[in-house]
Design a protein around this ligand. Structure first.
Ligand code: ADP
Ligand code: ASP
Ligand code: MG
Length: 457
């Protein structure tokens, strides 16, 4: 059994939905399939924007809602076989009506809580999955809010893994089908309230299901020919990476490669499920194969480069930052309690300063965690301050065969210096498969371009 995930970019138009149908029906001849789908391209953003408009009392939301309705009705006309069209409309009309009522409610009370927004965005996948289950011949629909279960932690929804695995085994594992279609991204909590796995989360849904059912493979179908050496929107000459280890893919995604939502890699890595990135608009292209814990020694040293634009640098200033040998471990412990993963932790021993880089949105929470962790030192004066400077980006070069090449970070830093691009911090831990540079946000594109041409051209 295999899991295939089609993103918004693959299910946005009638044309691409016809490709999805072809790809799935061809593979279904030889194997049982689970197809995970996102909302029609652009719909999640539109749902959020419509809810926000409604919450200001602006009646423009009515026009926007009407566009959402007509987009879905049109795609049914263009892609579902005529005899089934009525049946799909009967299924989705009540959902569309509910959605309209929710928008009206938001507009009347002029309030939009996170919980309401979670309900609003869920309609994207709830609608698309029902439609697509009728586009694909003989597909069976499963509602993923019945088995993808989350809990609230550090202000966001986190997967409750064992409950989820049990429910997937029971609900999907216990059913007979040739092709199942399930909505990605959406989930529910133990009270039955609708939640989600975060923006881009359909990839994660697919990996969770693949892992719970020990699938033979996971295919992420999107709108590019594979995992590329860099973000093609920044580096148009980026080329397809033939193969990546799970570890490499995980780092590239953690440092911003949007092609796969970062939490996706762990469940497939854990179960050693080969994962492919393929192009729905060009199915013949080989794509990228992600497998193995580590890449073979013969592979190139740097596989890819990724970047996160909005990064804040937290400085921890004072004597302890340069003298406490446990300092790094304590930084990780302080951050761990807040659920923030740092992008870089670096101690400047001569400078009495340590740097912690985090995504901008995590900065306040990280400082709270670090302040709690070092409260005695801050009170006693061995640490003088913890400050935030939110003007940076992170650029990461990734490759398993960087291990043991300790001089590489320095050599690349020299290249940067020649171009007048001095990173404020960088790190390559001993056994690490990545080098991370923190550079000024205004110059991150230049930095990425320089590294990309140095490594791949
Ligand atoms: P989907 O709707 O299929 O989930 P996404 O927009 O989430 O698609 O992800 C695909 C996009 O990710 C590509 O169109 C590309 O612009 C972007 N992207 C960023 N970094 C990379 C990369 N390293 N390799 C491939 N695509 C990337
Ligand atoms: N539709 C959701 C989003 O736009 C989930 C996904 O596409 O993976 O974020
Ligand atoms: Mg995506």
């Amino acid at each position: 059994m295999k899991v295939l995930k089609f993103g918004g970019t693959s299910v946005g138009t009638a044309e691409s939905l016809k490709n999805v149908k072809k790809i799935v029906e061809a593979q279904a001849k030889s194997e049982q399939l689970i197809v995970v789908v996102s909302a029609l391209g652009g719909i999640t953003d539109k749902l959020i924007q419509t809810a926000r408009t409604a919450s200001t009392g602006n009646l423009e939301y009515i026009v926007s809602y009407a566009e959402i309705v007509s987009r879905h009705l049109q795609i049914i006309k263009d892609t579902v076989a005529e005899p089934l069209q009525n049946q799909v409309r009967v299924e989705i009309n009540p959902l569309l009506e509910e959605l309209g009522n929710i928008f009206r409610g938001i507009s009347l009370i002029k309030d939009l809580s996170q919980r309401t927004l979670d309900v609003v965005v869920s309609y994207g996948e709830r609608l698309s999955s029902r439609i697509i289950s009728k586009v694909i011949t003989d597909a069976v629909f499963f509602e993923s809010t019945r088995f993808i279960i989350t809990e609230q932690k550090h202000g966001s929804h986190k997967l409750l893994q064992s409950v989820t695995n049990d429910r997937i085994a029971e609900i999907i594992g216990g059913s007979r089908f040739s092709v199942a279609v399930i909505p990605g991204f959406i989930s529910s909590d133990l009270n039955g309230d609708i939640t989600n796995l975060g923006r881009g989360g359909s990839d994660f849904t697919a990996a969770i299901v693949a892992s719970a059912l020990n699938a033979s493979g996971l295919e992420i179908w999107t709108d590019v020919n594979g995992f590329l050496t860099a973000d093609p929107r920044i580096i148009p000459s980026a080329s397809v990476i033939e193969r990546l280890s799970f570890a490499e893919a995980m780092e590239l995604c953690n440092y911003g490669a949007k092609v796969i939502y970062a939490p996706t890699i762990y469940p497939v890595f854990h179960k050693n499920i080969p994962t492919y990135v393929k192009n729905t608009h060009n199915p013949e292209a080989e794509g990228t194969r992600i497998a193995d814990a580590v890449s073979p020694a013969g592979d190139v040293v740097i596989k890819g480069i990724s970047s996160i634009n909005e990064v804040a640098l937290i400085s921890i200033l004072g004597q302890v930052a340069s003298s406490d040998l446990n300092f790094n471990a304590r930084v990780y412990e302080g951050l761990g309690k807040t659920g923030v993963s740092p992008l870089l932790v670096s101690c400047e021993y001569g400078e009495r300063r340590a740097y912690v880089a985090v995504k901008s949105g995590d900065a306040e929470r990280a400082v709270d965690g670090l302040t709690d962790q070092f409260i005695n030192e801050l009170r006693g004066g061995t640490l003088s301050a913890i400050t935030i400077n939110d003007i940076y980006s992170a650029v990461a070069l990734v490759g398993d065969n960087m291990r043991g090449k300790a001089g590489l970070a320095g050599k690349l830093a020299v290249e940067l210096e020649k171009a007048g691009l001095q990173p404020i911090a960088s790190t390559q831990g001993n056994s690490e498969n990545k080098i991370v540079y923190i550079v000024e946000r205004s110059r991150s594109k230049e930095c990425l371009t320089l590294f990309h041409s140095a490594c791949f051209q």
